[in-house]
Design a binder for this molecule. Structure first.
Ligand code: GTP
Length: 598
């Protein structure tokens, strides 16, 4: 296949606008998959993706388009994750394409992810083909959507394709447009091999399977290749197309997209965006490689310490296919042994938690969520803080400055909800950057601290807008902020698991909330318990639980020894599940209840 007869493209869309359905129809039209056979939505492989309707892992497929010409076209559909938590993966997938189908729902119009995805494709210099989908719906209004696309992205109304991936209407124009409008892949057929690593997954029988795009040169089975980021060298054991199942070809040429099996032992060796080249050759790595950056961390602790091994096993199984999660073991005085996992963003974390729940549904776990922030101590030491408990409490006096991650959020809402949304964003310390009205809808851009959207932002946004808000965000820079560590103390002793990092303006309110909650969960004991929230040595909230002797024998009269013994034993059992913080015994359940993230 000469590159002139190859087209590499992807489909980008807001969630639910029909990306997967359209991809399936294109695979059917080209005979790559049979209609009604196999799984619907071929490109969505993970169960959890199907449940949530979000494509998380990029999947890719090759199709042959039998046009009237003697030689068919080779079309590589490179699927991209549907959310910008994975914007790095999206940008790597787009780097292997020359064009993209921008799918927009004919009734809903441009939504937050349409905007984010458009700019990713635009910045990658891709030819964008606007596809207005779901034109079969009674509420479809393609002309209105054409106007939106023109005014927001300067896309010409005459360039828009109108389709229904459901009824099949208009689909016959899609692939011809791909062939006519999208340029063939550039690249040096006779040059030294350079391949872009797009994705990888672990297969029980074959080991690690890498998806690659050959940018220059040619790859054959039996070649020796090296990876630029890791410096490792491998033998190419198998190579071919995803059609969509693995189909051996023994060779991949310039501009082609396919799979490679090497002797990699774990997907951790396959860094997305890395450049693969022939061993012993000297090539310039392809631009844009970045190591995965973990922005959100979650502490995972089993309520029952004996479940630690089961949790360990489950986490190992899941990370085997998602190398972008980092895992370290952690021990907490209050919660016992557990793990700290790092994620690329919130959605990535949610998806991981959900998959973990599926395999550990019998375990009771608690999650603690934190974001990555930096503090400068004594003008000299820069600390990267993943876990608030790790920062020394007395450091307040020594913290010279601190920085927190922010996101750039796009919010699109019907205009009547503007007031409550502005209030919500300013409560969350948001800074408004842009504000405009198009077609009775408000488009807003905000810079928000990641910390402020970690818990419950999306749910609240949905509820104050009766579900109409569309929200998306991308990572942005760190900003300096007046952050403090808020400790929770029981009789003067800090509870490690409960330390949090908050903005100084919110510290008092947060301290009050935590102290009040904790008071509800701790039973009275034989001595007084003082619960405090403190920043360094300054107490910002305080409650007292007065002493009470919990006499389990109080209800027993006379000399019924066996009954007394039974009650005492029951009390002893209960004590075993207590966690001792300083001199205070706390039922572990209290922490788990308190720290549950809804
Ligand atoms: P992600 O995988 O989250 O990116 O979503 P998606 O964009 O792939 O959407 P998907 O293809 O899963 O479609 C979402 C819903 O819209 C499904 O229930 C589809 O059956 C439906 N749908 C897709 N295309 C059409 C269409 O042309 N007309 C109508 N009426 N429904 C459609």
């Amino acid at each position: 296949y000469p590159p002139e007869r190859i087209r590499n493209f992807s489909i980008i869309a807001h969630v639910d606008h029909g990306k997967s359905t359209l991809a399936d129809r294109l695979l059917e039209l080209t005979g790559t998959i049979k209609r009604g056979h196999g799984q619907p939505q071929y490109l969505d492989k993970l169960q959890v993706e199907r449940e949530r309707g979000i494509t998380v892992k990029a999947q890719t497929a090759t199709m042959f388009h039998n046009s009237n010409e003697p030689q068919p076209f080779l079309l590589n559909l490179i699927d991209t994750p549907g959310h910008v938590d994975f914007s790095y993966e999206v940008s790597r997938s787009l780097a292997a394409c020359q064009g993209a189908l921008l799918v927009v729902d004919a009734a809903q119009g441009v939504q937050a992810q349409t905007v984010a995805n458009f700019y990713l494709a635009f910045e990658s210099n891709l030819t964008i083909i606007p596809v207005i989908n779901k034109i079969d719906q009674p509420t479809a209004d393609p002309d209105r959507i054409k106007d939106q696309l023109k005014s927001m992205f300067d896309l010409e109304p005459s360039d828009c394709l109108l389709t229904s991936a459901k009824t099949g209407q208009g689909l016959e124009h899609v692939l011809p447009a791909v062939i006519e409008r999208i340029p063939p892949p550039p690249g040096e057929g006779s040059g030294l091999l350079r391949m872009l690593l797009l994705d990888s997954y672990y297969d029980e029988y074959k080991g690690v399977i890498c998806h690659v795009a050959v940018v220059d040169g040619m790859l054959r089975k039996g070649d020796k290749i090296s990876a630029a980021a890791t410096g490792q060298t491998y033998d190419v054991l198998d190579v071919g197309f995803m059609h969509p199942e693995l189909t051996q070809t023994g060779v991949l040429l310039t501009g082609q997209v396919g799979y490679v099996v090497t002797g990699m032992r774990s997907t951790k060796e396959a860094r997305i965006g890395d450049t693969l080249f022939h061993a012993k050759t000297i090539v310039k790595p392809l631009p844009g490689f970045k190591a995965a950056r973990h922005m959100v961390f979650s502490g995972l602790f089993p309520a029952d310490g004996s479940d630690f091994e089961a949790l360990n096993h489950a986490i190992e199984r899941l990370t085997c296919n998602d190398a972008s999660v980092s895992v370290t073991k952690e021990s907490s005085t209050a919660l016992g042994l557990g793990f700290r996992c790092g994620f690329l963003g919130l959605l990535h974390m949610d998806v991981f938690h959900q998959r973990l729940e599926q395999v550990t549904f019998h375990l009771s776990l608690s999650h603690l969520v934190a974001v990555l922030w930096y503090v400068l101590l004594d003008l000299l030491t820069m600390l990267e803080v993943q876990n608030p408990a790790a920062l020394p409490s007395n450091s307040k006096q020594r913290v010279t400055a601190s920085w927190e991650p922010t996101v750039l959020a796009t919010i699109i809402i019907p205009s009547e909800y503007v007031g409550p949304v502005i209030t919500l964003c300013s409560e969350r310390r948001g800074q408004q950057l842009e504000y405009s009205f198009i077609d009775r809808r408000a488009f807003m851009k905000y810079r928000l601290p990641l910390r402020e959207i970690v818990v419950d932002f999306y749910n609240e946004l949905k509820s104050i807008t009766s579900g109409y808000a569309s929200f998306d965000y991308e990572d942005s820079e760190y900003q300096q902020a007046d952050l403090v560590k808020l400790d929770i103390l029981l009789n003067g002793q800090a509870v490690d698991a409960m330390a949090t990092i908050v903005h100084s303006l919110k510290a008092q309110r947060m301290g009050r909330e935590l102290v009040d909650k904790l008071k509800k969960f701790i039973d009275r004991q034989m001595f007084e318990i003082i619960i405090q929230a403190a920043i360094g040595s300054k107490v910002v909230a305080r409650e007292t639980i007065s002493a009470m002797r919990k006499n389990v024998l109080a209800k027993c009269y006379g000399g019924d020894i066996t009954r007394k013994r039974k009650l005492l034993e029951k009390q002893k059992e209960g004590k075993k599940r207590m966690k001792r913080v300083g001199s205070v015994d706390i039922p572990q359940e209290a922490f788990h209840q308190l720290l549950k993230v809804s």
